[in-house]
Design a protein around this ligand. Structure first.
Ligand code: BGC
Length: 380
């Protein structure tokens, strides 16, 4: 029943959106351009009337009286092909990688004629829950959600399921079991185990396989992302596993959470360099932003990457690509924001077209790619 209601509402929303577009209505774009952050309702606010978007008002949406009947197919196709209102929730705007990702999403969605509104979760799950509820109240056609906390996945999934909104989760992967609760939900991201393994391989590819001082073991520090995210857990585990699988002995001098943040990466590396000095042979960072911070600390301590210390990250941010090219990072791993954004939009359109996803088939992965001084130019 709910689905029927949504489908009809979607068709109406699409028609209204189209006419808005025809009138040159650019309000959502403007909102996205201003970041939407300032416009976000404070956590306590319930009101759905957010100023940054103008999805079609749905007073005209059919009611529960059953008269809107059987027709589920055609309107969904219309919505898929003809734009529509898309709500995007990002866990926080102030994240280097997610900024690249957000820009890619905006370009693709707007290029396809969708009206898109981005909301900044400000790393606060309660705030993001409000944003999701507001989008639902505004009857968006689909949601793309980068959860603040993967532990909130059950609640997020229950909410979008109850509203019948097709939803693509991105970047922070819930379990297959959690996703199986709703068949109009899919995750698009990467398999973080692969990126961890590639980081280990980058170290194995160095002339001494990471054992700079030749004492028979690779001594490293691990600067971890938010350990709540599976990306952080897997990169931490699989980077080291690649070394031990290759027969290397390893010694973990320190492991600390840097929460994906450049300043924290810098601080952790600085303290560790002061404490462990020459003993540190490898600095593993779960992402590039922390690696750039660590690089500042490494240079501040008078150490030289690829001579007396190795440094690897993940993401292939522009800044990191430059450092790989300059020899100041040993390597990084492309976390393909554009590929994931394109995949997320494809999955969203499939959902809008009526596709459902079976349990166990709700994760769509984009490959990571190793970036070294040899191939870095291909990514710049
Ligand atoms: C990226 C990090 C980013 C995080 C956000 C990871 O996949 O590598 O740079 O901070 O996602 O969840």
């Amino acid at each position: 029943m709910k689905l029927l209601k949504r489908v009809t509402a979607m068709a109406m929303a699409s028609m209204l959106t189209l006419s808005m577009a025809a009138c040159g209505g650019d309000s959502a774009k403007d909102a996205a351009a201003t970041g939407g952050a300032e416009d976000a309702a404070p956590a306590e606010t319930e009101a759905p009337a957010e100023p940054e978007t103008t999805p079609a008002e749905e007073e005209t949406a059919p009611t529960e009286d059953g008269t809107e009947a059987e027709n589920t197919e055609a309107p969904a196709d219309t919505a898929a092909g003809a734009g529509g209102n898309i709500g995007v929730c990002i866990y926080k705007f102030d994240d280097a990688f997610m900024t690249t990702y957000r820009n890619a999403l905006q370009e693709i969605l707007e290029g396809k004629g969708y009206t898109v509104t981005f909301m900044d979760g400000k790393n606060d799950q309660a705030e993001q829950n409000n944003q999701i509820n507001n989008f639902i109240a505004q009857e968006v056609d689909a949601l793309i959600i980068n959860p603040v906390m993967t532990s909130a996945a059950d609640q997020i999934i229950a909410t979008v399921k109850d509203a019948g909104v097709p939803t693509v989760l991105i970047n922070r992967e819930p379990t297959a079991e959690q996703m199986s609760a709703y068949d109009k939900l899919v995750y698009v991201g990467c398999d973080a185990r692969q990126s961890g393994t590639m980081q280990g391989e980058l170290i194995l590819d160095t002339p001494n396989k990471g054992d700079i001082n030749g004492d028979g073991k690779v001594s490293y520090i691990m600067i971890q992302g938010d350990p709540e995210n599976v990306d952080a857990q897997y990169r931490t585990e699989f980077s080291v596993k690649a070394l031990t699988d290759a027969g290397m002995e390893v010694e973990q001098l320190d492991l600390q959470r840097g929460d994906w943040d450049r300043n924290k990466g810098q601080e952790i590396a600085q303290n560790d360099l002061a404490k462990f000095g020459e003993d540190i042979e490898v600095v593993f960072c779960n992402n590039d932003d922390m690696a750039i911070g660590a690089l500042q600390a490494i240079q501040g301590a008078g150490r030289t990457v690829n001579e007396d210390i190795y440094l690897v990250g993940v993401d292939a941010l522009d800044a990191a690509l430059n450092e790989v090219a300059n020899g100041n990072m040993t390597g990084t791993v492309l976390n393909d924001a554009k590929g994931q954004a394109a995949g997320a939009v494809d999955a969203m359109e499939a959902l809008l077209g009526g596709k459902t996803y079976a349990a166990g088939e709700q994760s769509i992965y984009v490959d990571y790619v190793k970036v070294t001084p040899e191939n870095v130019a291909d990514f710049q």
